[in-house]
Design a protein around this ligand. Structure first.
Ligand code: UDP
Length: 241
């Protein structure tokens, strides 16, 4: 089931269901795209119709963050829970380990994804991981693509930042059974960026913690009140946006 939030259709799946869907795609080897849709991305898609089209055509669109969970509830089709990029990636590790999946980490500053691979491999030794940084230019891109193809990943995690990673994934289909845009997840995995303590995450104010730690993000977060306004507008004045 999907809920239409400002024209973006978001799956109501729980984390467990999302992981199961990904597992099925890997077993059947039919390539799928996963988008973790946050309020910024949903808001940007109002103007960026290509982004809207490529999010809506993704096989799985998760509710990335409490803002999207709130919107779904307001629009009377609640999602089960939030499924953020980093939480999804972490939920996939034990399954990847059990299935001995091949994971390619693409993105982050040079050294960061490698560090993430190092940490993940020491905890989940059965996962076969490879990394490449996300600061390649168009001349270097064919080489990066060749590295990925040669590695034949089951799961391709692309952390180039939104929406660039969503465009990149849709421009390069069939590199893996499952491709997911994961934003700054490698920074969190490599611990170059520290996530909010669990208690703060559970209070659903991780975004506030992030704003405190990375104040330069405030400009990006000004989208939140506009997102809230548009959702309430949709709720009260529109049947289908
Ligand atoms: N990044 C990258 N290549 C670029 C620009 C950014 O690999 O050309 C990476 C950056 O190092 C960071 C991630 O993309 O790891 C973006 O993180 P951010 O938290 O801003 O993304 P979000 O999760 O908000 O989409």
């Amino acid at each position: 089931m999907r809920v239409n939030i400002l024209g973006i259709t978001v799956d109501t799946y729980s984390m467990q269901e999302t992981v199961e869907q990904i597992g099925q795609a890997i077993a059947s080897q039919i390539p799928i795209r996963v988008v973790t849709a946050n309020p910024e991305m949903i808001y940007a898609s109002i103007r960026d119709l290509r982004l809207k089209e490529l999010i809506n055509s993704a096989e799985i669109v998760t509710a990335d963050g409490i803002g999207v969970v709130w919107a779904a509830r307001r629009l009377r089709t609640p999602v089960y829970e939030r499924v953020t990029g980093i939480d999804l990636v972490q939920a996939l590790f034990p399954v990847s380990n059990a299935g001995k999946w091949r994971l390619f980490f693409l993105g982050g500053k040079p050294g960061v994804a490698e560090q993430a691979v190092y940490r993940v491999s020491s905890e989940y030794p059965e996962i076969v991981c490879k990394a490449w940084h996300g600061y390649f230019n168009s001349e270097e891109e064919p080489h990066v693509l060749e590295e990925i193809r040669r590695f034949r990943p089951n799961l391709l995690l692309v952390g180039l930042g939104a929406p660039r990673q969503e465009y990149w994934i849709s421009e390069h289909p069939r590199l893996a059974s499952v491709s997911i845009g994961v934003g700054g997840s490698f920074d969190a995995l490599a611990e170059t960026v520290v996530r909010a303590p669990k208690r703060i995450q559970d209070l659903h104010v991780e975004w506030l913690y992030r704003l405190w730690k990375e104040p330069w993000r405030w400009k990006r977060q000004t989208v939140l009140p506009r997102f809230v306004f548009k959702v309430l507008w949709q709720r009260f004045f529109q049947k289908t946006p």
